[in-house]
Design a protein around this ligand. Structure first.
Ligand code: ZN
Ligand code: ZN
Ligand code: FE
Length: 757
């Protein structure tokens, strides 16, 4: 016994539904170790008898290093045990007890793996079979209906395994051991192409027709992993413009599915980190800098970026084999702001009329999941939309958040559930003001609370009483914790890092209700998870027209000009003033501002960006959320290093001196790109200077930059660099977006921290 000690190893993390037990089995067997592995309530439990040739250190090292791609290990604990019954001569996987109510892990969906792609060419029963998958890859969250994760609790339940699939499923040596969606040509789902009333179930025929249709400039609705998508040739302007009209989407760029990495590189600059992300198991959309070949103008809409993605479903690979194109637009199959369509009948009813064919398959999507979107700033991944491949992986928090529901923001909604010390963030939901999206929200809250066995006893929400997410929270009748929007922005990043001590928070965004009733969004805070103190903020300016000003940046330009010049602003020879005069909106807006009619006060950085984007003529009117700041960023002349002045008094940061200089630059015909650059440089410098002041007062060294404004790569990179040069530790979000898609995590963390007191 002493020379062959037995250990119990407990592994916490995301280790279920990701092929972890078969992996442990193979690792232990390779090392000649005996023992068992099983799923436990909060992870995986291994009992292993060491054999003298392998050290525990080495075993654990290999366990971490070789773990399946989608697995995430948070914590490994081991201790010697005696009296465990383990096999003498083998390593065994113990079956999950189907009744174990505590097992609540759900893996995100995983892109098809290399081995499965090989099987698709080599295994006769899976030759060209577009639903090939294994324990290392395939759908997970999108098909799961209940826990524990077992075939009967997925939308594969209705497909009975053929004897061959069953034997693979039951063979512990096989890569498909307990791969719940296992399938082959004989027993699994299949694709169907609808063109009008004509239906085709024959795969070669489907591929032929789909490829022909796309090559000829047609639009195809394609059922993907988490919903329907619309596809067309990304280099065919006529096709893309038609798709844009069909989708009723005006200005926002489309994502592009490329044939392979070489094709991506023909259209965009790709760094090492970006390449790893593009080819990794999550396969999100990665925003890249456009270079070389060009997609059709209606894809990028004037932005110098490409939202690139590589094939992640077996079908994508089969399609590109038949297709002579390098790049397809692949955009969510929804009209306008609605959630992505997942229902087959709905797809036929609503997408067929605006496309040339609907390509579907007969495996149901249970949980709707859009594509995730990320970009890289200073070599680090930053999420813009966290959905497929990420959700619903949990994050560990440093304290219990058990049975808390956080309902999130309104415009870019996600919600968050607490289970023990884990935060489980929903997939991207969207704009709750849209009725269908609202239905998606309420359905998903119900589904995920049931799936993860969460019984909310406390609800966290925004301070804004009119957010639909706040109303939902109120209507539960449960105890409520209202969390200030920008506190939640900072807390989200703290939560991800497991930090509870005070930090300097710099939440910059468009709008969020402040505790003084005004609209905040250019804030400097000192906060921990429980409380915050507003240290200083951008000067308040009126938003003439309220929400209208968000869509019409020219209103913010007039507001800033009025603040600067008062009634004399009428004399300025600026295009934005001239245009308003011509359109007879100048006087009404001035009256609104002067008399404070429908002109809430805002300190939002987003509104300041709007004003500058409109003043410079870069974007006087927005066609989608945050277009003006995005266009202002895109216009920046990178070589320009100049800055503008700003001033500060008693907790208020006044950017008026900068605005005055911008007006002068405009009068002197300085290019919009140079003005945009100087504006960005000014903000980065201002944030650094104010943060240094706060450090001098508080001694705090950790800084959180959060809020939608920091999706701006130029501003973020410049600010982070300057802060780091001053010796600050800037906490980066690791997986959650800095926009309102991260708010729910912050709300959950604040509610949990306050409950502890
Ligand atoms: Zn696989
Ligand atoms: Zn089969
Ligand atoms: Fe926000």
């Amino acid at each position: 016994m002493t020379d062959t000690p037995t250990y119990e190893i407990r592994i916490r993390g995301l280790v279920q539904g990701v092929g972890f037990r078969p992996f442990v089995y193979r690792l232990a067997t390779r090392k000649g170790l005996t023992g068992t592995v099983e799923n436990g309530v909060d992870g995986v439990r291994i009992v292993v008898r060491m054999n003298g040739t392998v050290s525990m250190e080495q075993f654990l090292k290999d366990l971490r290093r070789e773990a399946p791609p989608a697995a995430r290990i948070w914590q490994v604990e081991y201790r010697p045990v005696a009296g465990e019954r383990i096999p003498d001569d083998a390593f065994r996987i113990l079956p999950s007890r189907a009744d174990a109510p505590g097992i609540t892990q759900v893996s995100p969906d995983i892109a098809v793996c290399e081995e499965c792609l090989r099987d698709m060419k080599e295994q006769p029963h899976r030759r060209d079979y577009p639903f090939v998958n294994c324990t290392n890859c395939g759908p997970r969250f999108t098909i799961i209906t209940d826990l524990p994760y077992d075939r009967v609790h997925t939308t594969m339940a209705e497909f009975e395994m053929c004897p061959q699939c069953r034997s693979e499923y039951e063979d512990v040596e096989d890569r498909r051991f307990h791969a719940q969606p296992v399938a082959c040509r004989r027993c699994g789902p299949h694709y169907t192409l609808w063109q009008g009333d004509e239906r085709t179930d024959d795969l070669p025929e489907i591929l032929e027709r789909s490829a022909g249709l796309l090559s000829a400039g047609g639009i195809l609705a394609v059922k993907g992993m988490g919903g329907y998508f619309l596809a067309c040739d990304a280099t065919d302007e006529e096709a893309v413009a038609r798709l844009r009209r069909a989708k009723k989407r005006e200005g926002k760029p489309f994502a592009v599915l490329f044939r392979d990495l070489a094709a991506v590189k023909a259209f965009a600059r790709v760094s090492g980190e970006e390449e790893a992300e593009l080819t990794g198991w999550r396969r999100p959309i990665v925003l890249l800098e456009a270079r070389g070949r060009k997609t059709a103008p209606s894809v990028s809409m004037g932005f110098p970026t490409v939202g690139a993605m590589l094939p992640y479903m077996p079908f994508h690979y089969l399609l590109f084999e038949k297709l002579d194109l390098q790049a397809l637009v692949l955009t969510s199959g929804n009209l306008s702001d609605e959630p992505i369509v997942i229902d087959d009948d709905e797809a036929l009813r609503r997408l067929a009329p605006v496309t040339d064919g609907v390509l579907t398959y007969n495996r149901r999507i249970h949980n709707r999941v859009d594509d995730s979107v990320v970009h890289f700033v200073r070599g680090h991944r930053r999420a813009l939309r966290r959905s497929r491949g990420f959700a619903p992986a949990p994050v560990p928090l440093p304290f219990s958040v058990d049975n808390i529901l956080a309902t999130g923001a309104e415009l870019v909604n996600t919600f968050c559930l607490g289970r023990e010390d884990q935060a489980i963030m929903s997939q991207h939901i969207g704009d709750l003001k849209n009725y269908e999206t609202w239905a998606f929200f309420t359905e998903s809250v119900e589904r995920l609370t049931r799936l993860f066995r969460v019984e909310p006893s406390l609800v966290a929400c925004d301070l804004h009483p009119d957010y639909l997410s706040t109303r939902y929270a109120r209507e539960t009748g449960l105890p409520l914790v209202q969390v200030q929007h920008h506190h939640a922005h900072v807390a989200a990043v703290m939560a991800e890092h497991g930090i509870t001590e005070p930090v300097i928070g710099v939440p910059f965004d468009g709008t969020g209700l402040g505790d003084d009733g005004h609209i905040w969004g250019g804030e400097f805070m000192v906060c921990d998870l429980e409380e915050y103190r507003r240290y200083s903020h951008l000067e308040y300016v009126p938003m003439p027209g309220g929400d209208k000003a968000v869509l019409q940046p020219w209103r913010m330009a007039l507001s800033y000009l009025y603040k600067l010049y008062g009634e004399r602003m009428r004399d300025l020879r600026l295009p934005v003033v001239e245009k308003a005069r011509q359109e007879k909106t100048l006087e009404p807006v001035i009256t609104m501002i002067r008399q404070g009619i429908n002109s809430p006060l805002t300190s939002g950085a987003g509104r300041l960006f709007d004003a500058v984007a409109a003043l410079t003529g870069i974007c006087p009117v927005s066609t989608f959320h945050a277009e003006a700041p995005m266009r202002l960023e895109a216009a920046v002349t990178k070589s320009e290093k100049g800055t503008y002045p700003w001033e500060q008094e008693a907790g208020t940061i006044r950017m008026m001196p900068a605005l005055r200089r911008i007006v002068r630059d405009l009068e002197e015909q300085v290019s919009p790109g140079v003005i945009a650059a100087r504006f960005h440089n000014t903000l980065a410098g201002m944030i650094t200077d104010v943060t240094v002041q706060i450090r001098e007062e508080t001694g705090l060294e950790k800084v959180v930059l959060s809020g939608g404004t920091f999706q701006n790569r130029i501003l973020l990179a410049a600010t982070e660099e300057q802060l780091e040069r001053k010796g600050f530790e800037v906490l980066r979000p690791l997986e959650f977006p800095v926009n309102d898609g991260g708010i729910a995590l912050g709300q959950l963390a604040v509610a949990g921290a306050r409950r502890l007191k």
